[in-house]
Design a protein around this ligand. Structure first.
Ligand SMILES: NC(=O)c1ccc[n+]([C@@H]2O[C@H](COP(=O)([O-])OP(=O)(O)OC[C@H]3O[C@@H](n4cnc5c(N)ncnc54)[C@H](O)[C@@H]3O)[C@@H](O)[C@H]2O)c1
Length: 294
């Protein structure tokens, strides 16, 4: 029987659920399984379709939870991790438990069952010639997974693609939660008429990427990837202060935070060269549309 299952860890989260929605829309001939422990994910992100099955559980139990499906899995999109920089200082034990311990089981499962793994890497560890990987428990843990996946490829032939995400925003992003990211935070503050809180100094720059571009890049990596690293950013950086000003609202500075990095970098052109990927959406248009609608 041909392998007809796509496994998405973190399928009830922001990026995972958007990927599922997109795959269903495209009517690929695949069933989808989401494995999620609902630590940040929510049932509100479930896509109603007979082709999607949601399994509740920790990635560490992947072997047991998916034993009856393992021979039919074509690819794993591994998105189910602890996924915020600042919050990883307070919750570093959870960050390591999920991103090191649980993820090692997912990587092992992929290796044992000869399944390609597509890993959600992060731009947060790329700056300063890679030294930024030491800026936070989050960035460090993600870097170790990248190393492990590459080494499993060298040692055991694990097949992989590494997709790097850059400050993803858009429909489905986490709102009203300690795990919200900056665009989601600004949107909520704007709607409540509160000043937008800019972390000092405000000059720190980021590349903001729309969720639709990210999902398209992930699918391209799966279809056309050559076991490489793909930076799915827009190649445009904006400071946090610039972004806040785009909302044309009041601004309040708040103290600087540990783990802050000051730039964002795209060290290779594989996304364009190998995948033919270019981000299509820009944050300025997104924010002006948001303002018009709110
Ligand atoms: N959002 C971004 O800007 C961004 C940037 C770079 C990289 N990433 C990476 O992309 C991935 C998805 O991010 P997101 O923004 O959708 O985050 P998210 O928190 O919305 O989604 C993560 C999902 O994984 C689940 N999960 C977490 N740990 C798990 C575990 N141990 N076992 C099972 N399920 C688990 C959560 O419940 C959640 O549904 C993460 O790996 C993150 O590090 C995100």
């Amino acid at each position: 029987m041909s392998k007809n299952i796509i496994l998405i860890t973190g399928g009830a989260g922001f990026i995972g659920s958007s990927l599922i929605k997109n795959i269903i829309k495209k009517k690929y001939n695949y069933k989808i399984i989401s494995l999620d422990n609902y630590s940040t994910g929510t049932k509100r992100n479930h896509i109603q379709s007979k082709n999607v099955k949601y399994i509740k559980g920790d990635n560490k139990n992947i072997d047991n939870l998916l034993s009856k499906y393992k021979n039919d899995i074509k690819v794993i999109f591994h998105f189910g991790e602890f996924s915020r920089i600042f919050q990883s200082f307070k919750n570093y034990k959870k960050c390591f438990e999920y991103n090191i311990h649980h993820s090692s089981k997912v990587i092992e499962f992929a290796k044992d069952n000869k399944i390609k793994i597509i890993y959600s890497a992060t731009s947060s560890n790329l700056g300063n010639k890679g030294k930024d990987e030491n800026l936070s428990p989050y960035a460090w843990s993600k870097s170790k997974n990248i190393e492990l996946i590459k080494n499993y490829n060298r040692w055991f032939g694990l097949k992989y693609e590494l997709v790097y995400f850059y400050n993803v925003y858009g429909p489905g992003q986490i709102l009203n939660s300690p795990m919200s990211a900056v665009i989601g935070i600004f949107e909520e503050q704007y709607k409540k008429g509160k000043p937008l809180t800019v972390v000092k100094p405000g000059t720190q720059k980021r590349d903001f990427t729309h969720i639709d571009d990210i999902v398209r890049g992930c699918l391209l990596a799966w279809k056309n990837g050559k076991q490489k690293e793909y930076m799915l950013g827009t190649k445009k950086n904006h400071s946090i202060l610039e972004i806040a000003k785009m909302f044309k609202s009041k601004i309040k500075f708040i103290p600087s935070r540990p783990g802050e990095r000051f730039g964002s970098t795209i060290p290779n052109n594989n996304a364009k060269r190998i995948l033919g990927y270019e981000a299509k959406q820009n944050i300025k248009t997104y924010i002006s549309t948001f303002i018009k609608n709110n």
